[in-house]
Design a protein around this ligand. Structure first.
Ligand SMILES: [Zn+2]
Ligand SMILES: [Zn+2]
Length: 491
């Protein structure tokens, strides 16, 4: 499945012989923290709001109180998200083919991407496959291609996305599939503008055009960027004597790029004029040094969906506070509980970097930002523990993802569960069926991860996700289990 850096993370450990330790979790304190984080004063913790900034300050103060150090750069790591974007009047896109100019309809045939910079570009067009340069996989859509000053057309996603044996992530996308990575790569190769097309043959039935204004996303990397309908792209391919299906099948088959310059008879003329609003969001980080350079990341996202916005699962109650007690005050309070326990122990061999991520609900923005701007070398990170929704334990059932991400994890989980205070019924959660979380982003850096989750429920992303419905005793048992695992990972 995924290539691993730390194949021998746990090799040689005789797990059964190790003592069963594990944190003493203060259940009352835990519930108090969930209550505070999900209280009305933080207004549903929407990324980009003053209330989320206040929640960040509150978390930083807790970490400090616990006695943890700020990592290099401080407790707060700031990044920006686009909270709203509108296309201004001079936004336009037309193409000329064989002397005939066609002006495309905004929102119907094309739309600027939320991360687009403002600017104009015109001239010949180059097709650059998936727009990916991945030396680690021996794959480069830009190999032998001159795109300097030209407009590049690239596909969404990445090669071999339905292939579990893919050198790319297979069913889990790697970081190369992120539009932002593609924009940065196009810029690096000197492209003047970027046109994105849904890889439609791989996704029959999808709309093919994202809506702007759902344009909450990362900050602009510095290149004008639009998305067009696959039907337009197919017209261009026809003029070049190419087939959409054959391009995709070809790349999937041998991972050799199918990039080319379109005939000179085809040119585009594009202007993006976006009115964007951006707001800062913070990741909150705290550092517990070990006696070596290596460390484990223990994380949870602390943002939620505010008043529901476009994320509410109960549209009739949009506008009311969505408190997000389970999603994910439960995991954030869990990170605090782990921090309290480990800070009170003798220094571990490996350090622990505690992170509360912002921007998760908008698309893992905080963890993706962190990946590109780590405060400690990612090469020293041996594992990630991610907690997302651990507050609704029912029927003693615990979902654990990532057991396959490192040899030894399966055994570790089984051992720690067997010797615990009554075993959980553990279910694998590697399908992503329950939606993604920050470990998806961190897994793209090929750090082995474990993800803990007590399951979906009808109150998910609704105003009913309140603190009084949290199973605090169940969460405390999950945290004891997690702390036993973490204890072995840092020793
Ligand atoms: Zn969540
Ligand atoms: Zn959520």
């Amino acid at each position: 499945m995924r290539r691993l850096r730390s194949a021998s993370l746990l090799a040689g450990l005789l797990l059964a012989a190790l003592p069963i330790l594990g944190a003493g979790i203060d259940t009352a304190q835990y519930l108090e923290d969930v209550k505070t984080l999900s209280s009305a004063k933080f207004k549903g913790r929407l990324s980009g709001t003053r209330e989320l900034d206040e929640a960040a300050q509150w978390l930083a103060a807790r970490f400090q109180e616990i006695g943890l150090r700020p990592p290099p750069g401080g407790f707060l790591q700031r990044f920006h998200v686009t909270t709203a974007a509108q296309a201004g009047r001079s936004t336009r896109l037309s193409y000329t083919l064989g002397g005939k100019t066609t002006v495309l309809k905004l929102s119907e045939e094309y739309t600027p991407l939320g991360l687009s910079s403002n600017g104009a570009a015109s001239g010949p067009l180059v097709f650059a496959g998936y727009g990916i340069t991945a030396p680690e996989y021996g794959y480069d859509d830009y190999a032998g291609l001159d795109v300097r000053g030209k407009v590049v057309v690239i596909l969404r996603h990445e090669p071999q996305e339905y292939d579990d044996r893919s050198v790319f992530g297979g069913r889990v996308y790697t970081n190369h599939a992120q539009i932002e990575s593609k924009a940065v790569n196009a810029l690096r190769h000197g492209a003047a503008a970027l046109i994105l097309v849904d890889d439609a043959p791989s996704h029959r039935g999808s709309a093919g055009l994202e809506k702007l204004g759902n344009g909450i996303g990362p900050d602009a990397p510095g290149i004008p960027a639009v998305e067009i309908k696959p039907a337009i792209f197919e017209k261009w391919l026809e003029a070049a004597g190419q087939s959409f299906e054959k391009i995709i099948e070809g790349i999937d088959e041998d991972l050799r790029p199918r990039s080319f310059a379109f005939p000179a008879a085809l040119t585009v003329d594009l202007t993006v004029d976006l009115h964007r609003e951006t707001r800062p969001v913070y990741n909150v980080l705290a550092w517990l040094p070990g006696t070596t350079e290596e460390y484990v990341i223990a994380c949870a996202h602390y943002d939620h969906v505010g008043l529901g916005q476009q994320y509410s699962m109960d549209p009739s109650r949009r506008g009311e506070i969505h408190p997000g007690a389970d999603d994910n005050a439960s995991g954030t309070a869990g990170v605090l509980a782990l921090a309290r326990w480990f800070a009170a122990q003798p220094p571990p061999r490996r350090g622990i970097l505690f992170i509360a991520f912002g921007g998760e609900e908008f698309g893992l923005l905080g963890s993706n930002y962190y990946l590109r701007n780590p405060v400690l070398p990612l090469s020293n990170a041996v594992a990630v523990i991610n907690l997302d929704m651990i507050g609704r334990m029912r029927d003693n059932k615990l979902y654990v993802g990532g057991a396959e991400s490192s040899p030894g994890f399966k055994q570790l989980i089984a051992e720690m569960n067997r010797n615990g205070d009554g075993p959980f019924e553990i279910e694998d959660d590697d399908t992503g069926d329950y939606g993604s979380s920050d470990h998806f982003a961190l897994a793209t850096a090929e750090i082995p991860y474990l993800f803990f989750f007590t399951g979906l429920h009808p109150d998910y992303h609704t105003p009913r996700d309140t603190w009084d419905r949290i199973n605090a005793a169940g969460a405390a048992r999950v945290l004891q289990f997690v702390s036993r695992i973490l204890e072995h990972l840092v020793q």
